[in-house]
Design a protein around this ligand. Structure first.
Ligand SMILES: [Zn+2]
Length: 186
């Protein structure tokens, strides 16, 4: 039995080998994680499942977190914190945070949607935890670490320092982290 930590949207197995269990779904012949947590590929039952990590704490200032974008508005993105990177204490339940347009990049960001989109997974730093959680992605190691094509939902690949969909043969714009596509969440 193989175990690793995965994030939502990550392809964890093929549908030829495994059936989707809890925390996963099937899409285009692939088994995809719908939750962040520990992946179990059970070869006996041929089931791929993801078990969310254990409770629970509030993120603190300076924590690096992985978060998924749940809403994009004119002045901010709303995020759901998945977990704190490199920490034993973890998050479950309601862990909403906001990423203000002025805290996305050191360069001018014309619209929030040109930097992050719904479904993207970002690495961000907590700048404030009370009364609400505020995030920044300004520095090079922060930003989008996993994104899908807004047209066909394929995982976007890093190409020429931009994100490229090989299915649609088009680029999409994001504020990406310097290790896009190679993020380790274990
Ligand atoms: Zn595409």
């Amino acid at each position: 039995m193989e175990e690793k930590f995965v994030i939502p949207g990550e392809i964890v197995a093929t549908a030829e080998e495994f059936v989707p269990g809890k925390g996963t779904y099937e899409s285009d012949g692939k088994i995809v994680a719908s939750e962040a947590g520990k992946l179990t590929l059970d070869v006996k039952s041929h089931t791929a499942s993801v078990k969310p990590r254990n409770p629970v704490t509030e993120p603190k200032k300076k924590d690096k977190v992985l978060a998924s974008i749940t809403d994009v508005r004119s002045s901010m993105a709303i995020c759901d914190i998945l977990f704190i990177e490199g920490a034993a204490r973890q998050i479950t339940g309601d862990a909403e945070a906001t990423l203000h347009v002025s805290s996305i990049s050191s360069q001018y960001v014309e619209t929030v949607g040109s930097a992050v989109r719904v479904g993207d997974v970002i690495r961000a730093e907590v700048t404030q935890s009370q009364p609400s959680t505020q995030l920044t992605t300004v520095s090079a190691h922060l930003g989008v670490v996993l994104a899908h094509c807004s047209r066909c939902k394929s995982v976007l690949q890093l190409k020429d320092k931009s994100l490229f969909c090989s299915e649609c043969e088009r680029y999409e714009k994001r504020k990406i982290a310097d290790d896009y596509g190679a993020v380790s969440v274990s």
